[in-house]
Design a binder for this molecule. Structure first.
Ligand code: ZN
Length: 477
């Protein structure tokens, strides 16, 4: 399996530290609001990765943290804690805010059929671990305390900037603009490990330096070490995490434990909505509930993201989501046809050859730096070819079953086809089922006019009915 490593900027063969185990860490949500479809694009990439690893017989231990402290409104160590700010605005405690949005996040996570992490540790439950990590950094001369704050001294770590390319000598302009002058810092680029809290700050803990709270970056280093050890295989996140967050995680972990922190770094590129960056003022910062309100099952978003490569910008629009839906329906309709095949005529060698070829191509695409759009194209080609065999009556029961097994195998990674079918079937109201039954009666009596009229009625209600060999099948439009 090959993956593109943001650290080396090369596509590399994936070799875990201890085969077949893979230690995977993902920066989780900051729970001060609903996660957006942009956030979920990253988590979905991670899910496709995790499932591809399992598909290749690796065992995966996956940790995703929940940030409920320390993520400030600006990445440059200034501004207010996002959760504290929200709590103040809503007149609630930070804990109430964090738990509420964590619960919403978990509900969306489930709706997108993502494989749950082995643990979702909260930052506020790991203050002790963060303090001991900071102590290690001070002892080893990589961090210093000044007026109750603790800073990481980047001059002690010459690799700082390797991941993002933001080396001191060639600082990108946007980074230079973000640097805030803090007279406590030896170097303006040093970053905060521990903040001294103002007296009335809503979240603060005792520490050797001051009553305060940890910086955002230190939580991931501390929790990754606690749950996965001091060296991990793959670290994932969104491209906006590369700097400063991941750069800082690397500096902290490597200086504290003296080992390479993560061997592979993978980052999902931003998604675009209607061709632009998601924008609050344009009302395009969509959440999973927004999709549901427009009657799109969240699984369709999963399917849409699968159709885009994680290293290119996905072009989200409701029109494209609608296209994904039609694509998925082509697949689910074929599944229903295959399920209704009962004939036991002779073997079609062509069908068996197609089956093997498709399986190989699908696996190859995934193992080539998670090329999910290519894997999806293999699936669509298979659907087209099998449909043509069925039209020629060239698929017997045994072949149909082998094909269904193959689609189930693909769905171990895709995670959409069979959950979507199950959900669609469950959600068909009795009213629609009765109309479909009536239509079937009309057809039997050769009253095709009435049958067509009933079909139109069904379509108006957002469903459709199509004839399979087992009788009428109902689909969600
Ligand atoms: Zn992180």
């Amino acid at each position: 399996m090959n993956i593109y490593n943001t650290y080396s900027k090369k596509t590399e063969e994936f070799v875990p530290l201890v085969k077949p185990e893979v230690k995977l860490y993902t920066c989780g949500p900051t729970v001060y609001g609903y996660a957006t479809i942009g956030n979920f694009a990253t988590f979905l990439m991670n899910d496709f990765l995790k499932r591809t690893l399992k598909y290749n017989d690796y065992t995966v231990t996956h940790i995703m943290n929940i940030t409920d402290i320390g993520h400030l409104t600006s990445d440059a160590d200034e501004g207010e804690d996002k959760i504290v700010k929200k709590a103040r605005e809503e007149n609630k405690t930070p804990e109430e805010i964090a738990r509420y949005f964590e619960k919403q996040f978990m509900a969306d996570f489930k709706k997108l059929n993502m494989d749950p992490a082995e643990a979702f540790p909260r930052a506020t439950d790991h203050i002790k671990e963060m303090i001991s990590l900071i102590e290690k950094l001070i002892e080893s001369g990589h961090a210093y305390e000044k007026n109750g704050n603790v800073y990481f001294d980047i001059s002690t770590y010459k690799e700082y900037g390797n991941l993002s390319g933001n080396k001191e000598s060639m600082l990108k302009e946007e980074v230079r603009d973000e640097i805030v002058s803090d007279s406590n810092k030896k170097n303006p680029r040093d970053f905060v490990l521990w903040f001294k809290a103002p007296k009335d700050h809503l979240m603060q803990w005792d520490s050797p330096w001051s009553k305060g709270y940890p910086g955002w970056h230190v939580e991931c280093s501390a929790m990754a070490e606690k749950y996965l050890g001091d060296e991990i295989d793959i670290h994932t996140g969104g491209e906006d995490n590369i700097f400063p967050h991941h750069e800082c995680e690397i500096a902290q972990s490597e200086c504290a434990y003296g080992k390479p922190f993560a061997r592979y770094w993978m980052h999902r590129r931003h998604i675009l909505v209607d061709g632009e960056k998601m924008s609050k003022s344009k009302g395009t910062v969509y959440t999973i509930s927004d999709l549901e309100e427009k009657r799109f099952d969240p699984l369709l978003y999963r399917f849409f993201i699968f159709g885009t490569h994680y290293r290119s910008k996905a072009h989200f629009s409701f029109e494209n989501l609608e296209k994904s839906k039609r694509g998925l329906q082509r697949i689910t309709e074929l599944i229903k046809k295959l399920q209704s095949i009962t004939n036991d005529r002779g073997t079609n060698l062509e069908a068996m050859a197609l089956l093997n070829k498709s399986e190989n191509q699908f696996t190859e695409a995934l193992n080539d730096d998670l090329n999910t759009p290519k894997a999806l194209a293999v699936l669509y080609d298979l659907v087209r070819d099998v449909n043509s065999f069925i039209e020629q009556d060239k698929i017997n029961k045994e072949e149909a079953e082998a094909l269904l097994t193959l689609f189930r195998k693909f769905d171990l990674v895709l995670g959409v086809i069979f959950p979507y079918i199950e959900k669609s079937e469950k959600e068909i109201p009795n009213e629609i089922k009765n109309l479909a039954q009536e239509r079937e009666e009309a057809r039997k009596q050769k009253d095709f006019e009435k049958a067509d009229e009933l079909r139109r009625e069904i379509q108006e209600k957002g469903f459709d009915v199509k004839d399979t060999k087992k009788g009428p099948g109902i689909f969600v439009l």
